[in-house]
Design a protein around this ligand. Structure first.
Ligand SMILES: Nc1ncnc2c1ncn2[C@@H]1O[C@H](COP(=O)(O)OP(=O)(O)OP(=O)(O)O)[C@@H](O)[C@H]1O
Length: 926
């Protein structure tokens, strides 16, 4: 039994009491010594600097501890056990949408991920375990809400440009509108993407950043005072005070260094967080199931026909819309470089503008006490007037920057094109041409850079003269005012208590402090002036990012019209009941239809009227016109008219026709890349049951196995029961098993044999194999150059066999494969029970198909009027028929095929003879 001995307990108490008393005595001794030191150094505990020092130290301790608390929360939220812990604010949790992962390993997220329960799970390697991290996925509602905000902005902007146009306003007024839009655009991006709600991680970082900015100014003020004090100590030969102030100096250096480093750290951190938010937002819009990345090409403004009659007023009207034009070929530049620069530029602005502003206010307030109201007013007036002069002569940095970045992106893309097509260019010996072309592009860029440098040089002279000469000169003048005006008083003060030396040293102290403050103020003012350039640059970048977002929202819109411009509708919705020149609306009505379209209904009766029926056990086209999307929308000339055919599962179809007759366009309709403009009906199987193979083979960065399983990831494959034996088998089936001996299944040409270590596709768990090798997922895919043309096509057949879908749509799948192997491959597909929809201009493929859709090359005639819709419905550009068994037999054996070809050759020879006869006859007439 456990018992307490009272004697023992008593002795413990006495021991404890003794220890406590001893401690108090020791503390008293330390405290006494401390007070003696303070007395020796003559530290006045009531003095302002001392208090300021204590407060700034407290501030430092607070920021450090808050950072530690934040770290603790982050560590807690890392663990799944604590992630649901209610004490942790939601914005601090790891599954916050704004969370920035500091994983050393690279995580790829799939573009076509279909999120489950609005969560995306990723597995982050952390030390020697893998952490499960849930990411909130923004619901589609958010993007629909945001779209309305962009639409509203565009609508307001449209009215602005209209009133500018109507009032014949000048270009400067137009520029003012654009400048005003800068803040509006920035605030939209800020509120929707960068800091979507107050309880966001970025808010706390920003608040800390601002606190540190204030702290730094405060510390500068203290150090300035201390500087003056040190000089005064030296002048009066007061070694004791000098030592005391030196200790202050070293002590201040601690929070000062922390503050400086903290500001830089937070600037980078906020910039990274902003970039994460913005990139995720763009990816959500750009890489989703609505195929924005594909359809963006149709949003290009190519309405040149409509702009022919433009007069100057219309030109200005269109100019306001130029800002929203986006060249889809340069979108990579927008999403990668521009987003990065925008975030950096924005966060740098906090430091470049925020710090000088705080400095100016603090120093001005402090100086007012020293040099009086007149002095400070003089200084500020000088800043204001010279600032105005500078602003007046400043070139349009925003415009300069925008042009430069556009030209740089063209130059970059041209070089990329050269790398991607190096073999083709080498075969053509086209390097001379390429060199001339790239030289021309580079010259344009250099011309712009020269122009920019010259423009900046003139401005730089003025800027340097004002900021580096005039402002400090004014500073000296105003700093000396109190000394000059008080000189008579100073002399009268000389008596027994105030010697000439003490007055001189105190004057020198006040002059040093004032001079330093004024110079710091001039420095802050000049930084503000220099930041005009930063603001201009940010304005240009904001324009580009806003343009990107407007275009992404426009294409993401469920009523996206593939670049169609309905001039009649534009006229009707023009507003103010005025009559407009139609041409002026051509370029703007694309935005107009974005603005006016109602999300809930398809309000355009002539646009996309076709019906798509899913889960049909085959493929059916009823009265379908194949119309390429363009500015003319449904009124564009059809490539194929009134297509009618039907096949059921198990019935193979060959789409046959000459080059350019529209075979691939039919696939574009089936895969819904192109819209159904007319009243046709498309019945198709479920999208999960079709596998499309495009004419151009596509390979991903990754190993040989990855090429076969694309677009799945290996983890998913393993989970559904696939293994490497299946891969080896399909490679054997298509006669490519020798590639395994040559490369191995894990061979990755981009990663020097290593593999991508993590992949997330379809929300599935990541795959961790080798350690991450920088560069193994970047750069050019070399599988294209590693395999021959025939091997590439065979590898695609291996892909078809692996995925084993019911329906396979093949576009010229064997154009580079020998005839004998073509037979093997098609036999294989038929025996495996695939339903084939093959596009080819090889007649011998007929034997593998049950139906043939022969397409006639549509000759354009005068009767082919755009508005002649009745006629379109009557015409048919394809003949659909069951393949004649007799005809099929011709291709069943090599002998039959030779016989058939010999007959065909005979026919050709007869036709040649007739042609020659005709030529001879005509010669005779002449
Ligand atoms: N976006 C587009 N806008 C306008 N015309 C287009 C567009 N895309 C394709 N075309 C035109 O449509 C026609 C048919 O193109 P498609 O790619 O369907 O030909 P194809 O029959 O598959 O030819 P090939 O056998 O050479 O592959 C071509 O004349 C092409 O120029």
């Amino acid at each position: 039994m456990w018992s307490i001995n009272p004697k023992k307990l008593n002795s413990k108490f006495i021991q404890l009491k003794f220890l406590l008393l001893n401690q108090i005595r020791n503390d008293k001794i330390i405290w006494k010594k401390y007070l003696q030191l303070i007395k020796f150094l003559n530290i006045n505990t009531n003095s302002k600097p001392v208090w300021l020092f204590f407060i700034s130290s407290l501030l430092l301790i607070f920021s450090l501890s808050s950072y530690q608390i934040l770290r603790l929360f982050n560590l807690l939220s890392l663990s799944p056990k604590f992630n649901n812990f209610s004490i942790i604010p939601s914005f601090l949790k790891r599954n916050s949408p704004t969370w920035n992962f500091k994983s050393k390993r690279r995580v790829l997220s799939s573009s076509n991920t279909t999120p489950t329960k609005n969560k995306r799970i990723i597995y982050v390697p952390y030390k020697d375990r893998v952490l499960t991290v849930k990411l909130n996925i923004e619901s589609n509602d958010k993007y629909e809400r945001d779209k309305l905000i962009f639409k509203k902005f565009m609508k307001d902007h449209e009215l602005n440009s209209y009133s500018n146009n109507n009032n014949n306003n000048t270009d400067s007024q137009y520029t003012n509108t654009i400048k005003f839009q800068f803040f509006e655009k920035l605030s939209i991006i800020w509120n929707l993407i960068l800091i979507p709600n107050f309880f966001n991680k970025n808010t706390s970082l920003l608040i800390t950043h601002i606190t540190l900015l204030f702290a730094r100014t405060w510390l500068t003020l203290l150090v300035t005072k201390l500087d003056g004090q040190l000089i005064k100590d030296l002048m009066s030969f007061n070694i004791k005070y000098f030592l005391r102030d030196m200790i202050y100096w070293f002590l201040f250096a601690v929070p000062a260094s922390y503050t400086n480093a903290g500001i830089q750290y937070l600037t980078r951190r906020i910039s990274l967080n902003f970039r994460t938010n913005l990139v995720r937002y763009c990816h959500d819009l750009y890489m989703d199931s609505k195929l924005v990345y594909y359809k963006l090409q149709f949003n290009n403004d190519n309405d040149t026909n409509n702009n022919n009659n433009n007069n100057n007023t219309n030109a200005r009207n269109n100019k306001s819309l130029e800002a929203y034009k986006l060249n889809h070929q340069l979108i990579n530049q927008y999403i990668t470089e521009d987003v990065k620069r925008f975030c950096e530029s924005l966060t740098n602005l906090f430091t470049n503008v925020g710090k000088p502003m705080v400095d100016l206010v603090f120093f001005a307030m402090y100086l007012r006490d020293n040099i009086g109201n007149l002095g400070i007013t003089g200084i500020l007036l000088n800043y204001f007037v010279t600032g105005l002069i500078l602003k007046n002569y400043s070139p349009n940095f925003s415009k300069l920057w925008k042009i430069r970045s556009f030209l740089e992106s063209i130059y970059y893309n041209y070089n990329l094109n050269l790398i991607n097509n190096c073999e083709e260019i080498s075969f053509y010996k086209g390097i001379g041409f390429e060199r001339l072309k790239v030289q021309e592009i580079f010259n344009n860029l250099i011309d712009q850079l020269h122009f920019e440098t010259n423009t900046k040089f003139i401005y730089q002279i003025l800027e340097d003269y004002i900021l580096k000469s005039i402002w400090p000169a004014f500073g000296y003048f105003f700093a000396s005012l109190p000394i000059l005006f008080n000189s008579s008083n100073n002399f009268s003060k000389i008596d027994s208590t105030n010697s000439l030396e003490s007055i001189a040293s105190s004057n020198i102290k006040s002059f040093t402090v004032n001079k330093r403050l004024i110079l710091s103020m001039a420095d802050a003012g000049s930084k503000l002036m220099y930041s005009i350039k930063d603001i201009s640059r940010l304005s240009g970048l904001t324009d580009r990012i806003f343009t990107l977002l407007v275009n992404l929202h426009q294409v993401h819109d469920s009523n996206f019209n593939y670049g169609y411009i309905d001039l009649n509708k534009s006229k009707l919705t023009g507003g103010f009941g005025s009559t407009y020149n139609l041409s002026s609306f051509a370029s703007k009505s694309r935005f107009r239809s974005f603005i006016n379209n109602n999300n809930n209904s398809k309000n355009n009766s002539i646009f996309e009227n076709g019906t798509i029926q899913y889960n049909f056990p085959g493929l059916r086209f009823e009265h379908i016109n194949v119309i390429p999307p363009s500015i003319n929308g449904p009124f564009n000339k059809p490539i194929l008219k009134n297509l009618n055919f039907k096949i059921l599962q198990g019935e193979n179809l060959l789409i046959y026709g000459k080059n350019g007759c529209g075979k691939t366009s039919i696939i574009r309709i089936i895969s819904e890349l192109w819209p159904l403009f007319n009243n046709g009906l498309l019945s198709k199987p479920s999208n999960n049951d079709i596998f499309y193979v495009s004419q151009k083979q596509y390979f991903v960065s990754g190993c040989l196995r990855d090429q076969i399983i694309y677009p799945l990831n290996w983890k998913t494959c393993i989970e559904r029961g696939d293994d490497d034996y299946k891969i080896i088998k399909v490679l054997k089936d298509v006669g490519l098993d020798y590639l395994i001996d040559r490369f191995g299944l894990n061979y990755n040409p981009n990663g020097k044999g290593s593999k991508i270590d993590e992949i997330i596709i379809n929300d599935e768990k990541i795959e961790l194999i080798d350690s991450y090798v920088p560069g193994n997922i970047e750069g050019k895919t070399t599988w294209n150059s590693l395999l021959s043309g025939g091997e590439r096509q065979k590898l695609i057949f291996a892909r078809i066999l692996f995925h084993n879908k019911k329906f396979v749509v093949l576009d010229e799948p064997t154009s580079a494969i020998s005839y004998d192997f073509e037979d093997i491959l098609f036999d294989l597909l038929k025996n495996r029970g695939f339903t084939l929809i093959t596009i080819s201009n090889r007649e011998n493929l007929i034997k593998y198909h049950d139906y043939i859709l022969k397409l006639n090359h549509h000759e354009e005639s005068d009767d082919d009027d755009d508005n002649n819709n009745d006629k379109i419905m009557e015409l048919s550009d394809g003949s659909f028929s069951k393949v004649d068994e007799e005809f099929k037999r011709k291709f069943e054996s090599l002998d039959n095929e030779i016989e058939y070809l010999e007959n065909e050759m005979e026919k050709i020879n007869i036709m040649k003879e007739r042609k020659q006869e005709l030529i001879n006859l005509l010669d005779g007439y002449e």
